[in-house]
Design a binder for this molecule. Structure first.
Ligand SMILES: CSC[C@H]1O[C@H](OP(=O)(O)O)[C@H](O)[C@@H]1O
Ligand SMILES: Nc1ncnc2[nH]cnc12
Length: 294
């Protein structure tokens, strides 16, 4: 089995990871485009950790312009075996108040303008995505939260909107009535691409606001989101540090097989595959593409 390399994608307000030992910002090029920033590579508790600020340092890149494929590809190239995302979200539930951490277990994708697959003409692939989050990572995040005395809810549905504008009241009431728990603008297609790259994925969602449905709370704005993120950034960093510190040195097999998602995913006949696309897929799909045909 491979040594564990933990990837962490930091969301709004989380642009570095101060607890990382021997940390160096390192440029990793990707054939898919330009990653959001250099990768901050270091160790925690002997485990290698690779951190990427999703919007870039200084929050330069809006959700729709993040090159999600380049980000996931760069993390895979850096050797990441297990990936945790941290995200600010709006809440559709009274009991998920600002400051609450939620371990997301389902997604609804309402984005419309993003490249959402590494596969395409010349190499068609369909990965299973019924369970988009690795329960193994969720369990470890929950244990780490308990150890750090951080209250975390296990399970929740994250609806991903295109943005960058926040939702209308009609949309907000609709999502709430549909039973979605939280809303954000970034976890799709990130989670889909992580699955295609065989990276077990989990999201720690930090509730920052009640979007705009709540009759007695202010409507979401950037100032309120950032205030809650900054107030809770230390908790998020402690959670990640404990999680990384206690993570097994050898990559633990994903209980739902996310790390083998490509075993039966590729459709295109070997002699019909596009060499140019295969070359770009070297990191993401190298494990299966390099297999010698029986
Ligand atoms: C600053 S509020 C909107 C912004 O925050 C969330 O980003 P992230 O998931 O990276 O924390 C949300 O999805 C929007 O991109
Ligand atoms: N209400 C909201 N809608 C979309 N993305 C968000 N990120 C944080 N709060 C949000």
């Amino acid at each position: 089995m491979a040594a564990s390399v933990i990837g962490v994608i930091g969301g709004s307000g989380l642009y570095d990871l101060p607890g990382l030992v021997d940390a160096t910002w390192t440029r990793v090029d990707s054939p898919w485009g330009t990653p959001s920033d250099e990768l901050l590579i270091g160790t925690i508790g002997g485990n290698k950790l690779v951190f990427l600020p999703r919007h870039g340092r200084g929050h330069r890149i809006p959700p729709s312009e993040i090159d999600y494929r380049a980000n996931i590809d760069a993390l895979k190239r850096a050797g990441v075996t297990d990936l945790v995302s941290i995200s600010a979200v709006g809440s559709y539930r009274e009991d998920l108040a600002p400051g609450t951490f939620v371990l997301i277990d389902q997604f609804v994708d309402r984005t419309v303008a993003r490249a959402s697959s590494f596969f395409g003409t010349g190499c068609v692939g369909h990965v299973g995505f019924g369970h988009p989050v690795s329960p193994g990572l969720m369990d470890r995040l929950k244990v780490a939260a308990l150890a750090e005395d951080i209250d975390v809810r296990r399970g929740g549905t994250y609806v991903c909107m295109e943005g960058p504008q926040f939702s209308t009241l009609a949309e907000s009431l609709w999502y709430k009535s549909a039973g979605f728990d939280v809303i954000g603008m970034t976890n799709m297609p990130e989670a889909k691409l992580a699955r295609e790259a065989e990276l077990p994925y989990a999201t720690v969602a930090m509730v920052t606001d009640y979007d705009c449905w709540h009759p007695s709370e202010d409507h979401v704005d950037v100032a309120s989101v950032i205030k809650v993120v900054y107030d809770n950034a230390d908790k998020a960093r402690r959670l990640i540090a404990r999680f990384a510190h206690d993570f097994p040195a050898e990559h633990p097999p994903c209980p739902i097989g996310s790390d083998r998602a490509l075993d039966h995913a590729l459709m295109t006949a070997h002699d019909k595959r596009d060499p140019a696309l295969l070359a770009k897929l070297d990191a993401v799909a190298g494990r299966v593409l390099n297999k010698v045909r029986p």
